[in-house]
Structures are given as structure tokens and as C-alpha cells.
Design a protein around this ligand. Structure first.
Ligand code: SF4
Length: 94
């Protein structure tokens, strides 16, 4: 997978379009770790989440990714080292 095609199915919320453009520029420089193993970044396995998070901390696009994911309210997967689904599940009751 190339950075130009990553991610393929994302819908960009209007409030996060500027941050998405900045992230796309960063991703065009070189492929981020998540581009070659999207399943790891969307796994719900604790070891996988930790591995994805660790890899994010070595990513050149970390700051742009965090800004985009925060502004877009991403609620699935690991973005910039943070499990974005965790905060969603904390508010749910069984
Ligand atoms: S910080 Fe993590 S989720 Fe964001 S582009 Fe880099 S590897 Fe992917």
C-alpha cells in the first residue's frame, strides 16, 4: 500500500479538513508504519494496541496524525499512539 492510497475509506468531517490536508502532506513524504498493517491499528487485542501505539511514537507524521484524529473525533483504531475506541467504550454501560 502506498501513502497516496492510505486510508481508502475515510470520510473527512468538515471540521477536520485542514488537519487532514496537513496529515496528507506528511504522509506523502514517506509511508507511515500503519500503512502496511492496518489490521494491527484496528485490532481490539491489548497487545496489538500496545504494539501499534509503540510504532506510532516513531512515526514522522505523529503530530499531524494526532491533530487530525482529535479534530475528527476518530472513534476507532489507534491514531498517534492513542486507542481512540477506548474513550468511546468508557462511557458505555453493560
Ligand atoms: S502516528 Fe500512527 S496512526 Fe498516525 S500515521 Fe503514524 S503510524 Fe499511522
Amino acid at each position: 500500500m502506498t501513502s497516496a492510497s492510505w486510508p481508502k475509506t475515510l470520510e473527512i468531517p468538515p471540521d477536520a479538513r485542514r488537519q487532514w490536508a496537513i496529515l496528507r502532506e506528511a504522509l506523502a513524504v514517506s509511508e507511515p508504519p500503519c500503512a502496511s498493517d492496518a489490521e494491527l491499528w484496528h485490532s481490539r487485542n491489548a497487545d496489538d494496541i500496545e504494539a501499534a501505539s509503540d510504532a506510532c511514537h516513531g512515526c514522522h507524521a505523529f503530530t499531524a496524525c494526532d491533530s487530525y484524529a482529535t479534530n475528527a473525533n476518530e472513534a476507532t483504531g489507534v491514531w498517534a499512539g492513542r486507542d481512540r475506541a477506548a474513550k468511546q467504550s468508557k462511557g458505555k454501560t453493560a
